[in-house]
Design a binder for this molecule. Structure first.
Ligand SMILES: O=P(O)(O)OC[C@H]1O[C@H](OP(=O)(O)OP(=O)(O)O)[C@H](O)[C@@H]1O
Ligand SMILES: NC(=O)CC[C@H](N)C(=O)O
Ligand code: SF4
Ligand SMILES: [Mg+2]
Length: 448
């Protein structure tokens, strides 16, 4: 049995807006990144004084911190939305994490990704990293340059100290991180370009794998501490990111539509209607419908007040979530054969319930089409995909998966088609689909 921690997704944002308050921008950015983490939220701001103020809370951004920010000034700040696995889903583990280095001013750090190895004492992966940074008696940028080569795994980080905003990305570049310039001057760094857009910022470029970027009132500086083979997570395109974001020059919308179209070519089937499992699969279903010529319809309604289910921390919550989240539209579905497109199947929580819902609403045939390959391998780099029950397809063919979920047929997109749709300038990590891990330690760990 594998021992590695499965990771999580999160959203991070950093703002340096000289002469303007950072907090409203941080909140807008965090709302835009809400889909990346729904367990806790937080922000840290510096108003030019001796300390960094933090506000942390459990739940969605509005509930967690919306009521705690009155009077919180400062033009430099960072923020985080969390989806836990390294440590409990608790206020104590919410981010940003504030630290103080002996003899120096405080710093704060926020992390998206999963560290597979951090030297030193316990706590969440991010807290262990913060402890390491606190032990280095140099400016935070230099401390990061010394420390980051010592840790393994996936991280896109934002940090702040001494009036400077920092951004860093691990040398594989697993998680996205983009920087933009604010209207009226200043900088924003965020997990997704959609957060830059929400602030009216202009995209400048992605933080490169193995790069640290510093932002202060004098401008920006960049240091490289690593590089080589890149491994951008293809699952960002499949599921995590918003469709209005652009990752490594590839618009997520276009990637999902191309995946749906390729799926229609690779796995055609006769049917009356094509419909998505909302929300994430909508665009892939549209691509399937356009390519196949089969009419697109919305046969499932998603309750927008229920969170994304895949990123819930327990299976009981995930099952309950799907039950409340999706309902069939009987007058669309009854008496019709349908192709139902989902972006991915991991634990098959959604697919099992979706097929049953469509049959209960009178569908004559239910063909499941999945706009990514079968997930057969665990992730160590920031997405909560583990061995065991988590991987419904681990030892099942597509036909057996079809039987498991009760469909008339089930087919996946090929890995080649996914890579050709998603590929920008970076190499992609496809390990959970292909078993081709970018790092030697994860290759060893995954061979159980
Ligand atoms: O096989 P499973 O373990 O069920 O996981 C896959 C499903 O989970 C995700 O949906 P989710 O409800 O998280 O979010 P969405 O509304 O953005 O599609 C994903 O889009 C699939 O529908
Ligand atoms: N979701 C994240 O990326 C959070 C980072 C860290 N692994 C934590 O558990 O808090
Ligand atoms: S294993 Fe899968 S989910 Fe994890 S980083 Fe690689 S592509 Fe992304
Ligand atoms: Mg879904």
């Amino acid at each position: 049995m594998i021992s590695g921690e499965a990771g999580e997704e999160c959203g991070v944002i950093g703002v340096l807006a000289p002469g303007r308050p950072a907090v409203p921008m941080l909140l807008d950015g965090l709302f835009t990144l809400q889909h990346r983490g729904q367990e806790s939220a937080g922000l840290a701001v510096w108003d030019g004084g001796d300390d960094i103020a933090t506000r942390l809370g459990m739940g969605l951004v509005g509930d967690a911190i919306g009521g705690q920010v009155d009077g919180l000034g400062g033009s430099l700040g960072i923020g985080h939305v969390r989806y836990s696995t390294s440590g409990a889903s608790s206020l104590a583990n919410a981010q940003p994490i504030r630290g103080r280095r002996r003899g120096r001013t405080p710093f704060a750090i926020a992390h998206n990704g999963n560290l597979t190895w951090v030297p030193g004492p316990g706590g969440t992966d991010t807290r262990r990293l913060a402890t390491l940074l606190a032990g280095v008696h140099r400016p935070l940028g230099a401390a990061m340059a010394d420390t980051l080569p010592l840790v393994s795994g996936a991280y896109s980080l934002v940090a702040m100290a001494d009036g400077t905003l920092y951004a860093a990305r691990d040398s594989y570049g697993f998680r996205p991180l983009s920087m933009g310039v604010l209207e009226g001057g200043g900088w924003v760094v965020a997990s997704e370009t959609a957060a830059l857009d929400a602030l009216g910022a202009e995209f400048v470029r992605d933080v490169e794998p193995g790069e640290i970027v510093e932002f202060d009132v004098r401008g920006t500086r960049s240091y490289r501490f690593g590089g080589g083979r890149s491994a951008l997570c293809v699952f960002e395109h499949v599921y995590f990111a918003r469709p209005d974001s652009v990752i490594d020059k590839r618009p997520v919308y276009e990637v999902r539509r191309d995946c749906g179209a390729a799926l229609a070519r690779e796995a055609p089937v006769e049917a009356d209607l094509v419909m998505p499992v909302p929300d994430t699969a909508r665009i892939a279903a549209l691509g399937y419908a356009e390519e196949s010529g089969i009419r697109y319809a919305e046969g499932l309604v998603r309750n927008i007040y229920v969170s994304r289910t895949f990123i819930q921390p327990s299976q009981a919550q995930r099952q309950g979530g799907v039950r409340l989240k999706l309902r069939p539209v009987e007058h669309v579905v009854a008496g019709r054969s349908v192709v139902v497109v989902d972006d991915s199947i991991v634990r098959a929580t959604s697919a099992r319930q979706v097929v049953a819902l469509l049959r209960s609403a009178g569908a004559t045939r239910v063909h499941v089409r999945v706009a990514s390959p079968a997930v057969r391998w665990p992730c160590f780099f920031g997405v909560d995909i583990r061995v065991g029950d988590d991987l419904a397809a681990r030892h099942r063919t597509a036909e057996e998966m079809g039987r498991l979920v009760g469909a008339d047929s089930l087919a996946y997109l090929s890995a080649d088609a996914l890579v050709s749709a998603a590929r920008g300038s970076m190499d992609l990590c496809t390990a959970c689909f292909t078993g081709d891990y970018p790092t030697a330690d994860s290759r060893r760990e995954a061979t159980w």
